[in-house]
Design a protein around this ligand. Structure first.
Ligand SMILES: *Cc1c(COP(=O)(O)O)cnc(C)c1O
Length: 404
C-alpha cells in the first residue's frame, strides 16, 4: 500500500475553542491546576492532557507535532525552536559518554560541526563515512556505536541515502537509524523505508515562508517521552523549545506543503534539464545522470518529484559569485543561505553553509569552489526564469554566447 503523506495531514481534524476551523493558540507559558495532586502527577508524566509549562510542551506545539508525525508516519513528534534544537537534543538523548556515531560525511554544516567538534566534549566520537557505500558504513560500526545518522538527500551535494539498505545494517547491529529529511519532505518517507527517527528543520520547505526557525523529531512515543522527561530529557533540560505562536503559524503553512513541493520539484526538474543541455555540470536527483537517480525512484512517493534543490559547478568561486550577484540584480532570486522559499535562493556552500567543514575534507567529498546550491522557487513561469538565468550566465562568461 502506498504511503500518502498529504492525505495523512488532511485527515486530521481540528476544532478551535469556539468552533474555529483552526485550533486555538495557547498563548501561555504556564498552566494552572485545579488540584495540587494533578500538578504532581503531571510532573511525573501521569496526567494525560494536562499542561505544565511550555518548555515541556503546549497545546499548539502538540497540534503541530501531530501533523508532522502524520506526515512521517510515526507515533508522535516533538517540535523544537530550530532544526539544530531537534537534532542535537535527539543525538544527546541516544548517546552517553563513550558511545559512538556513524554519520554520513555530507551533512548539514551545523550537524557536522556538532558531531565533529562538540560531542567529543562528552566523549561521544563520530566516524564520518561515504553514506552511499554500504560496506564502508558497516565497516565503521564498532561495539560502542549507537546511531547511524544521515540525510535522505544530503546538503549540499544531493547525495541520496539508501535508507532501506542502511536500515538493514542498523537492525543487524542494534542501532537507531536517524534520518534528516529536511530536503525531501513528502517526497521521501524514511520510516516507511525502515528508519527509526526522522528529523527536520522546519525553517526550510515545511514552513516555507522564511519568517521563522523550527525543528522536529518524529519517532516513537517512548523516544518523545524520554526527550520531554523532566528528569533526564534533553529537549526539556536543554530547552530548545518552540513558541506556541510559531507552532500555530507553521501548522497553517503546512497545509500547502504538498502543493508547494510539487511546484518546487517541477521547476527544479525543468531548470536542471535545461542547464544540463547547455553543458553545465548539473547535479539533480531527477536527472538520469545523477548516480542515485534509480535508487531515488525506488524510494520516492511519486507525485512529489525529486525536490527543489539542484547544484551547478561553474568552475570557480569568482564565477560563482559573479553569477549570483548578477542573478540577484536581475531579481531572479536572493543570494542567501537556506531553502524552501517562494523565491529562488542561491549560495556557494563551500564558503557559507558548509564552511564548518575544513577545505581538505570539502575537496575529498567533492565540494568544489565553483559549486552553487540553488533552492528553486515557486516561479509560475519557469521558462522565463530560465531564459533570464541563461542571459546572466552568458554575461559573466560561464556560457559561450548562445543564440537567444
Ligand atoms: C537548515 C538545516 C538544518 C538546521 O536547521 P535550523 O532550523 O537552521 O536549525 C539541519 N539539517 C539540514 C539538512 C538543513 O538544511
Amino acid at each position: 500500500m502506498k504511503f500518502r503523506p498529504a492525505n495523512k495531514i488532511q485527515d486530521l481534524q481540528y476544532f478551535g475553542e469556539f468552533g474555529g476551523v483552526n485550533p486555538s493558540i495557547s498563548d501561555s507559558a504556564t498552566y494552572t491546576f485545579l488540584s495540587a495532586k494533578t500538578m504532581l502527577d503531571t510532573f511525573e508524566g501521569q496526567a494525560e492532557g494536562c499542561y505544565l509549562y511550555s518548555r515541556h510542551t503546549s497545546p499548539s506545539n502538540l497540534y503541530l507535532g501531530e501533523a508532522l508525525a502524520a506526515m512521517e508516519g510515526t507515533e508522535t513528534a516533538n517540535v523544537a525552536g530550530s532544526g539544530m534544537g531537534a537534532i542535537t537534543a535527539t543525538i544527546l538523548q541516544f548517546c552517553n559518554a563513550g558511545d559512538h556515531v556513524v554519520s554520513s560525511r555530507t551533512i548539514y554544516g551545523g550537524t557536522y560541526a556538532f558531531l565533529k567538534n562538540f560531542t567529543p566534549k562528552f566523549n561521544i566520537q563520530t566516524s564520518f563515512v561515504d553514506i552511499t557505500n554500504l560496506e564502508k558504513v558497516e565497516a565503521a560500526i564498532n561495539e560502542n556505536t549507537k546511531i547511524l545518522y544521515c540525510e535522505a538527500v544530503s546538503n549540499p551535494l544531493l547525495e541520496v541515502a539508501d535508507i532501506k539498505g542502511l536500515a538493514e545494517i542498523a537492525k543487524r547491529h542494534g542501532l537507531q537509524l536517524l534520518v534528516d529529511n529536511t530536503f525531501s519532505p513528502m517526497i521521501i518517507s524514511p520510516i516507511e523505508l525502515g528508519a527509526d527517527v526522522v528529523l527536520h528543520s522546519l525553517t526550510k520547505f515545511i514552513n516555507g515562508t522564511n519568517d521563522t526557525m523550527g525543528g522536529v523529531v518524529c519517532g516513537s512515543q517512548e523516544l518523545i517521552n524520554s526527550l520531554r522527561s523532566v528528569i533526564d530529557g534533553a529537549a526539556m533540560l536543554l530547552g530548545p523549545s518552540m513558541d506556541s505562536l510559531r507552532a500555530a503559524s507553521i501548522l497553517k503553512n503546512m497545509r500547502t506543503l504538498h502543493i508547494r513541493i510539487k511546484q518546487h520539484s517541477k521547476n527544479a526538474q525543468y531548470l536542471a534539464e535545461q542547464f544540463e543541455n547547455l553543458g553545465l555540470k548539473t547535479v539533480y536527483p531527477g536527472l538520469a545522470s545523477h548516480p542515485s537517480h534509480e535508487l531515488f525512484k525506488t524510494m520516492m512517493n511519486e507525485e512529489y518529484g525529486f525536490g527543489g534543490l539542484l547544484t551547478l559547478d561553474v568552475g570557480s568561486l569568482d564565477k560563482a559569485n559573479a553569477l549570483m550577484e548578477m542573478m540577484q540584480g536581475e531579481n531572479l532570486g536572493y543570494l542567501a543561505v537556506s531553502l524552501g522559499f517562494y523565491k529562488t535562493l542561491f549560495s556557494a556552500p563551500g564558503t557559507s553553509t558548509s564552511s564548518e567543514i575544513p577545505e581538505d575534507e570539502q575537496a575529498e567529498m567533492g565540494l568544489t569552489d565553483g559549486l552553487i546550491r540553488f533552492s528553486i522557487g515557486l516561479d509560475n513561469d519557469i521558462e522565463r526564469t530560465f531564459r533570464m538565468m541563461r542571459r546572466c550566465m552568458t554575461k559573466v562568461g560561464i556560457l559561450e554566447t548562445v543564440s537567444a
